[in-house]
Design a protein around this ligand. Structure first.
Ligand code: ATP
Length: 518
């Protein structure tokens, strides 16, 4: 197993063992690509959502929130293009009976070639040491140039086939590249077919097309149909934005990679309404802002990258992904799209209601253009954990090397901010005092009281869920009202008065630390 695959396995196991993420309905063997968030998972997820929400609605006076229903009038999805065009191309392998997304098979093939390039770079890095010039190597090495050429050609053919909806072309590409089924190893493929990703259900008791409802596949449409309601009730002037966090549902063909691709997931979307012609400047603004948002969490530069779309969706005139280096390679974490006036115009046509904004400065009405930022909360959760979960060697109580698993989450998003630990369990003076400290801090922070097991083991448990601070109540505490406070990352233990605890912890875990960095 590759190092990356091993790391991914560890993340999934850690999520289960420490109460971050469980498979849904596990006692019935789970439900494919559906997951439940456990006690620490829900705290972390809520913190990520809060960070996103506040960065939008608190920092920008022209961005307001919305919580639209999951069910929408079925015409919504006709207007948005989802009924006719929200399809993925699927292909089956006749031997393994496994189903794949045809475009993903090709993308995985490209990724393999990219890995060959990465290997060449690593080898050369070793060989040339300090003198190694990566840019020059990429531009001149024969093998790398050949691989890059292959990638460019395949990407071009894939983009053309996807844009034209050319299913035969896509199949031919899979055949030409000699792609085999990862399960059976065979090339025995079916034709490529289109598959609509929307889940449907019925309204009321009468079955039939008339009462067919869809579970929303994106939260954006709830924002579009409410655009004038919000604009009028909040008296916003263009440019302004509407932010929403909510569930979305997609009947994904390939459901693997844990919470990366789920059938029920959560999106954090913001639609920014601008004057036509000004969309590109706002597109650049939001690209920059969103990248800063990720970096503020401490994610290293080389783990995030922009990736321009090779084939634009029917509604977009510019689109870029923010990709994260997941344990299975660089993949989309967030999309930033310039959606033109496609959605509002289409809703105007389908509903017969005007979707125009009256611009008091220009003294005319028009349909605004839209720039959207759209990030999956669950993908963000996975990116965060992949980055944070580490194993490191630290000295134990006797000063000997020991390995600890630690989740180096930014303190502002850590599920538990502070653990309160009486040194001994069966000394009532200590446990009582610890309870007092807990009761004092619980109003300000998510705290945890833990008295079970030796103190070292309790520290390790807190490290594993990313708690930035552990406060220990010992016999000195009873004398002078001081405690030790241990820093998760430096392992330094300081003796401080109980009265100073709240200030020390707040300094580090305050969400504003993140927001101020934006
Ligand atoms: P992909 O190409 O990976 O299928 P997408 O381009 O269809 O993603 P968008 O429609 O742009 O995704 O959705 C915006 C964001 O929602 C994505 O960047 C991703 O973070 C998240 N997302 C989309 N589909 C899923 C899913 N099935 N499970 C979890 N998150 C998802």
């Amino acid at each position: 197993m590759s190092q990356q695959a091993e790391q991914f396995k560890k993340i999934v196991a850690h999520c289960k063992e420490y109460g971050f993420v469980y498979p849904s309905s596990e006692i019935y063997d789970g439900l494919s690509a559906v997951y439940d968030y456990g006690p620490y998972g829900v705290e972390l997820k809520n913190n990520l959502k809060r960070y996103w929400w506040e960065s939008m609605t608190k920092l920008h006076e022209n961005i307001v929130g919305l919580d639209a229903a999951i069910f929408m009038h079925p015409k919504t999805w006709k207007a948005s293009g989802h009924v006719d065009a929200f399809n993925d191309p699927l292909i089956d392998n006749k031997d393994s009976k496994k189903r794949y997304r045809a475009d993903v098979l090709v993308e995985d093939h490209i990724q393999k070639i990219q890995e060959k390039i990465n290997k060449e770079v690593k080898k050369a890095e070793k060989r040339f040491g300090e003198a190694f010039d990566k840019a020059q190597f990429l531009e001149t090495n024969g093998r790398v140039l050949e691989y890059s050429k292959q990638i460019a050609e395949i990407t071009e053919r894939l983009a053309t086939a996807m844009t034209d909806g050319d299913l035969d072309g896509l199949k031919q590409l899979i055949v030409d590249l000699d792609i085999t089924c990862p399960e059976s190893g065979s090339r025995n493929w079916t034709e490529v077919r289109q598959f609509n990703l929307m889940f449907s259900t019925q309204l009321g008791t009468i079955a039939g097309e008339e009462s067919k409802l869809y579970l929303r596949p994106e939260t954006a449409q709830g924002i579009f149909v409410n655009f004038l309601n919000v604009q009028k009730t909040t008296r916003q002037k263009i440019p302004f934005g509407i932010a929403q966090v909510g569930k979305a549902f997609r009947n994904e063909i390939v459901a693997r990679q844990f919470i990366f691709r789920m059938r029920e997931f959560e999106q954090m979307e913001m639609q920014f309404f601008v004057k036509p012609g000004e969309e590109m400047q706002w597109y650049e603004f939001w690209k920059d802002f969103r990248m800063k948002w990720h970096r503020a969490l401490g994610t290293p530069e080389d783990k995030l990258q922009f990736h321009d779309h090779d084939n634009l969706a029917h509604y977009a005139n510019a689109a870029v992904d923010i990709q994260f280096d997941f344990p299975f390679g660089f993949k989309e974490l967030e999309g930033i799209h310039s959606r033109t006036d496609f959605d509002l115009k289409s809703h105007e046509a389908f509903s017969g209601k005007k979707m125009q904004y009256f611009d008091p400065e220009e003294e005319k009405s028009y349909i605004p253009y839209v720039v959207e930022t759209s990030i999956g909360c669950d993908r963000m959760f996975l990116a965060t954990l992949s980055q944070a979960l580490q194993e490191e060697t630290v000295p134990d109580a006797e000063g000997k090397d020991s390995t600890r698993t630690v989740m180096k989450l930014h303190p502002a998003i850590a599920p538990v901010k502070c653990a309160i630990l009486p040194l001994l369990k069966n000394k009532e003076e200590l446990t009582q005092k610890a309870r007092e400290v807990f009761d004092r801090l619980k109003f300000s922070f998510q705290c945890q009281y833990d008295e079970k097991d030796a103190i070292g083991r309790r520290y390790r448990r807190q490290d594993a869920i990313g708690t930035p601070y552990c406060v220990t109540i010992d016999f000195d505490t009873l004398e002078d009202d001081t405690v030790t406070i241990r820093d998760r990352d430096t392992l330094v233990q300081e003796r401080v008065p109980i009265s100073a605890l709240e200030g020390i912890i707040r300094d580090k875990v305050d969400m504003n630390n993140l927001l101020r960095a934006l």
